[in-house]
Design a protein around this ligand. Sequence first.
Ligand code: HEM
Length: 224
Amino acid sequence: MLLRAADQDGRRMTDAELRDQLMTLLVAGHDTTATGLSWALERLTRHPEILTKAVQAAQASAAGDPEGDDYLDAVAKETLRNRPVVFDVGRILTRPVEIAGYRLPAGVLVAPGVGLVHSDDRIYPDAQRFDPDRMVGATLSPTTWLPFGGGARRCLGATFAMAEMRVVLREVLCRVELVATDAPAERQKVKHVILIPHRGARITLARHLTARPTAAVGRSGSAQ
Ligand code: HEM
């Protein structure tokens, strides 16, 4: 599709432009989603009751029940709140602005504290707690849930990433039995521009499950 894509004048992309598009997909799209999923499994295996609920949701989702999808989406949303993958989304001011009493001149780099907003107890009661139920049916504000950044440059792949997370979680939870652990939470470690689990989100599988779900892609994602 990229090779065939053309603009209104029929001009196709140069090799350099094609390379840039592929780099964007790989760099912006792969590591971020893979890390979000790693955190989801790290979180689930440390919360046995939520893991059990997620397995039931995965089975429901595989059977075509939208409530199963909703809970898996809630797991993904809560994971990205509790363990945001990208911690910095910078903007350079094009004109002076006053934020919270600070007068900032044009040219200054500003960045919202994604992790700080996500761990504010006034917005998310008992914010440190991993609790997907708080995301079920919740209307998320772009100023208080911002794992995908915001505004005109918000992540282009957000809806796709949420759909990927749902499908992968469903398939993993239906195919293997994960062992819950009382090991301490993994620390957030900076890798380039993202925060990864410092031990690589190690998990233990009890066994492979024989009954495999038929992979229905399900409804389109609803990243808000
Ligand atoms: C959980 C997975 C992902 C996370 C946490 C994430 C997060 C982000 C963040 C925070 C930004 C910066 C937004 C801003 O400046 O306001 C961004 C930009 C971007 N992301 Fe993602 N992303 C994810 C998955 C993806 C995927 C799967 C794709 C593509 C398939 C993608 C493509 C992009 C692109 C193209 C931009 C640049 C948008 C622009 O500057 O206009 N991302 N992402």
